[in-house]
Ligand binder design. Structure first.
Ligand SMILES: *Cc1c(COP(=O)(O)O)cnc(C)c1O
Length: 412
């Protein structure tokens, strides 16, 4: 995480200016110890039950990050066959990877199953197809849509009635009919209702729905998977998921359920943002400062091609001038170099910025690099993992050759 000591900004023991000097700008930097402390805080909070963490690796899919998860005993939640292959490649066993596809081709399901991966089933149609194809030979979990509004905004809410995700809980009779018809082995119930939920009690409410179904209809569950949505701070005073408070309620409810259920059940979570958001800092450099009559702009050497959350989700991420010459501040819109409105931060009061200053964006660990693109034919930045005081390059900056790669020039 970015921290200030005297007048210098550091990530762990590394001054940001030294990181930029060594690896170039713009640059994604992740703090390995912060990731480990987030893992440990979740494990501790839920330690009274048999909790399993499955990193939702779409948040940050660099192999070295995924490997750090493996080292820390965190399993994987994958949403594509590519993520599955990446996790296998870094050393995960198939049994440690859960696949939560959304409307993918059946051939992809078959490929995952042939690799030994287990599924959360997201539609009645897929449940039927799995029944026809595998019968009771494949233990599966069902992804339910509980009709609950959870999530910071509509784009990142997935468990409400109008969402594409999951099997609506109202269709439980159809689910049970298919389970009977194909003698399906339902070993898990899954929900993931959205990111950034404002009120932690929503997860308790949602879990009670799974518990109720478990008791009524599914006597052989091995796990209840509550997905994720844990909120971290994006600015000072931001509300966050108080994991220890929430865990108390969840653990009490879950322990009571296990007593009634009469056997041990694992409780799964699939954190993405919670594990990696705060670990990431995106370092950019100011190219141009523009003073217009009503507004000042800081143009940086990046944009929505590298970090799209502010434009895509109206997300707020804190911005810092790491190398100011003065404490005097000015209000700026921090914008990119892309030919498109690509505001990274609006109305930010920063110590006066000059060309060449290093501008940092915090909370750049989750859904930042992993959502980047080559728009404007720009190359993607390098990624660095600082772990135990050492800076490891974990992805090279792309080059123009990467822009040409896969393009085919017709000879006219
Ligand atoms: C994206 C996703 C997550 C992670 O959500 P966060 O808010 O980043 O913790 C978990 N489970 C599933 C199925 C997802 O698609």
């Amino acid at each position: 995480m970015l921290r200030k000591e005297g007048n210098t900004y550091f990530i762990q023991n590394q001054p940001v200016s030294a990181l930029v000097e060594q690896f170039g700008s713009p640059l994604y930097v992740y703090d390995g110890q912060k990731i480990e402390s987030q893992i440990n805080s979740m494990k501790e909070a839920f330690s009274a039950v048999d909790v399993k963490l499955k990193f939702a690796c779409k948040a940050l899919t660099n192999m070295s990050i995924v490997k750090l998860m493996l080292k820390n005993g965190v399993d994987i939640d994958a949403v594509s066959i590519e993520e599955i292959k990446l996790a296998l490649r870094v050393g995960y066993k198939p049994s440690q990877i859960q696949y939560t596809p959304s409307g993918v081709a059946f051939s992809e399901i078959e490929e995952a199953v042939s690799l030994g991966i287990r599924l959360n089933i997201d539609s009645l149609q897929l449940l039927e197809k799995v029944g026809e194809t595998y019968g009771n030979s494949l233990p599966v979990a069902i992804r339910l849509n509980p009709s609950i509004m959870a999530g910071g905004n509509l784009k990142i809410s997935t468990g409400h009635a109008d969402s594409k995700f999951g099997i609506p809980i109202e269709y439980i009779d159809q689910v049970l009919a298919l389970v009977n018809q194909y003698d399906l082995r339902i070993v898990g119930l899954h929900q993931h209702n959205g990111s950034d939920f404002k009120d932690g009690s929503v997860i308790v409410k949602a879990m009670k729905k799974s518990i109720e179904l478990a008791e009524k209809h599914f006597p052989n569950l091995e796990f209840i998977d509550m997905g994720s949505g844990f909120k971290v701070a994006y600015h000072e005073d931001d509300h966050i998921t108080e994991i220890h408070e929430l865990a108390k309620e969840v653990v009490a409810e879950f322990a009571y359920f296990q007593e009634r259920y009469g056997k041990k059940v694992q409780l799964w979570f699939e954190p993405g943002k919670y594990l990696v958001s705060e670990s990431g800092t995106f370092l950019m450099t100011c190219n141009v400062v523009k003073h217009n009559p009503g507004r000042n702009f800081v143009h940086v050497d990046s944009g929505l091609n590298h970090l799209i959350r502010p434009m895509m989700y109206d997300a707020f991420q804190e911005i810092v001038n790491c190398t100011p010459d003065t404490e005097e501040t000015e209000k700026y819109d921090v914008v990119g170099y892309i030919c498109e409105t690509d505001t990274l931060g609006k109305d930010r009061e920063l110590p006066k910025v000059k060309p060449g200053d290093i501008i940092a964006m915090k909370n750049a660990g989750a859904y930042c690099f992993s959502m980047s693109s080559n728009y404007n034919s720009r190359v993607r930045p390098a990624e660095v993992l600082v772990y135990n005081g050492r800076a490891h390059l974990i992805r090279e900056r792309e080059s123009i050759e990467d822009i040409y790669r896969h393009q085919i020039e017709v000879s006219f």
